[in-house]
Design a protein around this ligand. Structure first.
Ligand SMILES: Cc1cc2nc3c(=O)[nH]c(=O)nc-3n(C[C@H](O)[C@H](O)[C@H](O)COP(=O)(O)OP(=O)(O)OC[C@H]3O[C@@H](n4cnc5c(N)ncnc54)[C@H](O)[C@@H]3O)c2cc1C
Ligand code: FES
Ligand code: FES
Length: 495
């Protein structure tokens, strides 16, 4: 069973398919056809809806792609669609702005833009152009052109919160959401079942009882099995309600990320220690996908072109895996075995991702990451490289170099690292290491990039890292202030 608020109306659903997406639920069950289907795969944003959720007792609104969201994810939330924005006979300020700035022609993409703009105006009323661009990067318009749409969104920017009907009803909404029990019975239709555990113990026990079940976190990979490949998933375990896996915290030595933590909630903490990690996450898919997709899902999906694994490998991250009552920690570079094959056993799942903080108080650690894709926004990497070096007195003490898009799994460049460690940090060493990179990998050619392009750009990333870090290394050598920590990072895309 799922219980949620459809705008202000409490809905209980027991008789719908657990494989159904929110988009299909809206259009075919509720006949609310304002939300459009463009691609059905998270790429166009036409299906954008907003989910209201209680976080620490406060209402938080997030734009998500309804085509990637299974109905079970609605439990305990408020679903707001484009039909809900009009207030009596007046357009919502966001709708009015799009009209005033001529931001729509055929109008097919418009509901999605409206919902992304609505979420932005709720979350950041004083949004600047960068915020607007980020919030609209997951919405495609093929006929209006973006300038009037961006202008409309910018016109809403204000230092006051947006006072609309949702603001007026906020306390009422919170009270209604608080009444929904987080624990709920499974959603069952015929042979299809979806469980919604709320604790890690419950999840572990359920997964042992149903070893063939599929875990679903954000669903931004898994939902495609249903929407694109038309497969039926008999048993789903929706982990989004497991609150203890939706956390990010720091210990003295580590950053500990619960596997369920949406990517958009990870920027700040990661950027504090590794600015490039934070920047890269802003280049990960679109805001709608980052609002749902998790780092746990990105790792477990084990795609050779997933963005976070190369960075996690370079940073020597560990995974806390759990199966029943058994817990083990695995270094992430030992997790990936072969194409989409990992060391994870039946009924085992990722509970946490543990990233060591920079330990080096002498300011000799250098971390950079580079994502190479055809577009800046909403595009998957052709090659993603991460470099984590310790350089002291001009000598490479340690080097961890990892790439995605270069092999069947995200992988370290062993020969390249060997050619660097213990050597002087200069162009001769770097050129020798670049040659070794060609021995480390045999990339494939596909529609994203040819193997020659991948090899060339991967070795150029190392050269770029050298050139960018060179001045920092020299100034560090000359610096007497060993206390000040600086990890210089850049994320770049080449077309
Ligand atoms: C439009 C679009 C753009 C994208 N762009 C990018 C991009 O730029 N970079 C990138 O790397 N990826 C991208 N992706 C892929 C996807 O968004 C990411 O891989 C995301 O991190 C998956 O997380 P999720 O929570 O949605 O996983 P889900 O889809 O819920 O799950 C993915 C897999 O992980 C398993 N799983 C989930 N949680 C756990 C757990 N705790 N333990 C064990 N197994 C688990 C699931 O069973 C499933 O097999 C994109 C996807 C779309 C649709
Ligand atoms: S229909 Fe295109 S993103 Fe959902
Ligand atoms: S108005 Fe036609 S696609 Fe945007």
């Amino acid at each position: 069973m799922i219980t949620f608020l459809l705008n202000q109306t409490l809905k209980r659903e027991t008789n719908i398919s657990p494989n159904m997406t929110v988009l299909n639920y809206l259009r075919t069950e509720l006949h609310k056809t304002g939300t459009k289907e463009g691609c059905g795969s998270g790429d166009c944003g036409a299906c954008t809806v907003v989910l209201g959720e209680l976080v620490d007792g406060k209402l938080q609104y997030r734009s998500v792609n309804s085509c990637l969201t299974f109905v079970s994810s609605l439990h305990g939330k408020q679903l707001i669609t484009v039909e809900d924005l009009k207030n009596k006979q007046s357009l919502h300020p966001v709708q009015q702005a799009l009209v005033d700035f001529h931001g729509s022609q055929c109008g097919y993409c418009t509901p999605g833009f409206i919902m992304s703009m609505f979420a932005l105006s709720k979350n950041k009323p004083s949004a600047d152009k960068e915020d607007v661009m980020e919030s609209l990067a997951g919405n495609l318009c093929r006929c209006t052109g973006y300038r009037p749409i961006v202008d409309a969104a910018l016109s809403l920017s204000s230092d006051q919160p947006l006072l609309d009907q949702f603001a007026e009803l906020e306390q009422q909404t919170i009270a209604k959401l608080e009444k929904i029990e987080s624990k709920t019975a499974p959603l069952v239709l015929g042979n299809l079942t979806s469980f919604s555990p709320t604790t890690i113990d419950e999840l572990a026990e359920l997964y042992e009882r149903h070893p063939k079940a599929k875990l679903v976190a954000g669903g931004t990979d898994l939902a495609l099995e249903v929407t694109q490949f038309h497969r039926e998933i008999e048993t789903l375990i929706n982990v989004t309600g497991v609150a203890d896996m939706k956390t990010i915290r720091e210990t003295e030595q580590d950053i500990v990320i619960g596997a369920n933590m949406p990517i958009s909630d990870c920027y700040g903490t990661l950027a504090k220690y590794y600015p490039d990690f934070g920047h890269l996450l802003h280049r990960f898919a679109s805001l709608q996908v980052r609002n749902q997709g998790t780092i746990g899902g990105n790792v477990a999906n084990a795609s050779p072109i997933g963005d976070t694994p190369p960075l996690l490998i370079a940073l020597n991250a560990r995974l806390k895996l759990r199966k029943g009552q058994q817990i083990r920690e695995v270094a992430i570079d030992e997790y990936f075995i072969n194409y989409k094959v990992t060391v994870q056993q039946e009924s085992e799942f990722i509970e946490q991702i543990i990233i060591p903080k920079p330990m080096d108080s002498n300011n000799t650690q250098y971390f950079s990451a580079y994502k190479l894709s055809k577009r800046i926004d909403d595009d998957i990497s052709a090659v993603c490289g991460a470099f984590n070096f310790t350089i002291e007195s001009g000598v490479v003490i340690d080097a961890r170099v990892a790439f995605g898009g270069m092999a069947a799994t995200p992988k370290r460049a062993d020969l390249c690292e060997k050619a660097l460690i213990g050597k002087a940090w200069d162009k001769t060493t770097v050129e020798a290491a670049m040659e070794q990179l060609a021995q480390d990998f045999e990339p494939l050619s596909d529609f994203r990039a040819s193997k020659e392009y991948r090899s060339k750009t991967a070795s150029n990333m190392l050269l770029r890292f050298f050139l960018e870090q060179q001045t920092k290394v020299i100034s560090q050598q000359n610096s007497h202030n060993f206390k000040q920590h600086s990890i210089e990072t850049r994320v770049t895309s080449y077309v």
